[in-house]
Design a protein around this ligand. Structure first.
Ligand SMILES: Cc1ncc(COP(=O)(O)O)c(C=O)c1O
Length: 373
């Protein structure tokens, strides 16, 4: 496993805290490893929600990645501003977001947009909005992989919904969406069995569509836990969509011992209060890191492997550690988030660290819900 105590920053006294630091060497390693495991840049459709930054999109484009996935209209707009050729909004659009997609299509003719549906009402509404404007959008059928979040089960209704997509003016059937984000078994063999069990059912459904005369031009599938397994199959039109592998985090590092990714993002924090005992208080409250994990399990401090997160409030974290005596007010520490994606989202920018020093600052552009549309 990667040694996180080796991550260091020269000139750390000039960096604000709490603040995001992004280690470029780890990012580059993760981009190369993601592409390798996908089997080439043309089979990777990275989810932008992990980093939400233009600069990483640009780097992915340079590396030959032309297909991207996102969840929000703001992320889609940022991708289109960067002239990403193909953008899939993997989120069923309802309410004003339907018209926002129509605007995106109007404003960015160089980008081909696509989206997903799992319900006939959403398909009809979307088709109507696009058709009224004389436009068409590619639509993937979102299937329930067993994650039970979104997606229609693999049944007759799913077949009928694909038919509806195929016959609704304004919509163009693009294929299938299969996100199996629940596949997180730490035992690589068990995970493989479980991923492939789901995948065989999925392929059975895809084959049923083909037998019924439908075309399935693309399959957008998988997250970080399953993509390397599914990538070994040679299905036509297959695109793998892990997002977290771009930056990686401590949760996945501990959960997937079989993977060779490196956490690329940490939060720089400082001691702001010290009782003199084995407790000290840092400025990394839950407004500066992801708080979706249970309290006590949100951060990892490589310099303090015994540290316990005792009390987490908006701007403070009380740590208990035998090493507290070695720290003074103002001393800095690196805290690695257990969940990187929502951690990026709560910061305005990240300091980019290359070979141990800051070389740039990148804004987290698509943390905003709205850019211009
Ligand atoms: C629809 C969809 N696709 C892909 C991903 C990326 O998965 P991961 O974060 O495991 O890489 C996510 C993550 O939430 C997702 O919701």
């Amino acid at each position: 496993m990667i040694d996180l105590t080796k991550y260091s920053i020269a000139g750390v006294e000039d960096l604000n805290s709490p603040g995001l630091v992004l280690f470029q060497d780890a990012l580059e390693h993760n981009l190369a490893e993601s592409i390798r495991l996908c089997g080439g840049p043309d089979r990777w459709r990275p989810h932008v929600k992990t980093h939400k930054t233009r600069e990483i999109v640009r780097r992915q484009l340079e590396l030959g990645v032309t297909k991207h996935k996102c969840a929000t209209i703001a992320e889609a707009e940022m991708l289109a501003q960067e002239q990403a050729p193909e953008v899939l909004i993997a989120y069923q659009l309802v309410g004003p977001n339907v018209q926002r997609l129509v605007k995106l299509i109007d404003l960015f003719p160089r980008t081909r947009f696509a989206t997903v549906v799992d319900h006939p009402d959403a398909a009809s509404h979307l088709g109507q909005a696009l058709n009224e404007r004389g436009r068409e959008v590619e639509v993937l059928l979102d299937l329930n992989s067993g994650m039970d979040r979104t997606g229609i089960p693999l049944n007759q209704q799913a077949l009928e919904l694909y038919e509806l997509i195929s016959t609704t003016p304004g919509l163009r059937p693009g294929g299938l969406h299969w996100y199996d984000g629940h596949q997180r078994d730490p035992d690589p063999r068990q995970r493989r069995l479980s991923v492939m069990q789901g995948w065989e059912q999925f392929i059975g459904f895809r084959d049923r569509l083909l037998l019924n005369g439908f075309e399935v031009p693309r399959i957008v599938a998988a997250g970080s836990g399953s993509f390397a397994i599914i990538a070994e199959t040679e299905e036509p039109g297959l695109e793998l969509s892990p997002g977290t592998t771009t930056l990686y985090d401590v949760d996945y590092l501990e959960r997937f011992p079989d993977m060779n990714f490196r956490p690329a993002v940490a939060i720089l924090t400082r001691v702001v209060s010290h009782s003199g005992g084995n407790r000290m208080t840092l400025d990394v409250g839950h407004k500066s890191c992801a708080a979706d994990q249970p309290a006590g399990k949100r951060l990892y401090f490589p310099a303090l492997p015994d540290a316990r997160e005792m009390h987490h409030t908006e701007e403070h974290l009380v740590l208990e550690t035998a090493d507290a005596k070695n720290y003074s007010i103002g001393d800095s520490l690196l805290a690695f988030p257990r969940h990187v994606c929502p951690t990026m989202h709560v910061h305005q920018s990240a300091a980019i660290i290359s070979a141990g020093t800051q070389i740039a600052t990148w804004p987290i552009t698509a943390r905003d819900r709205r850019l211009t549309i």
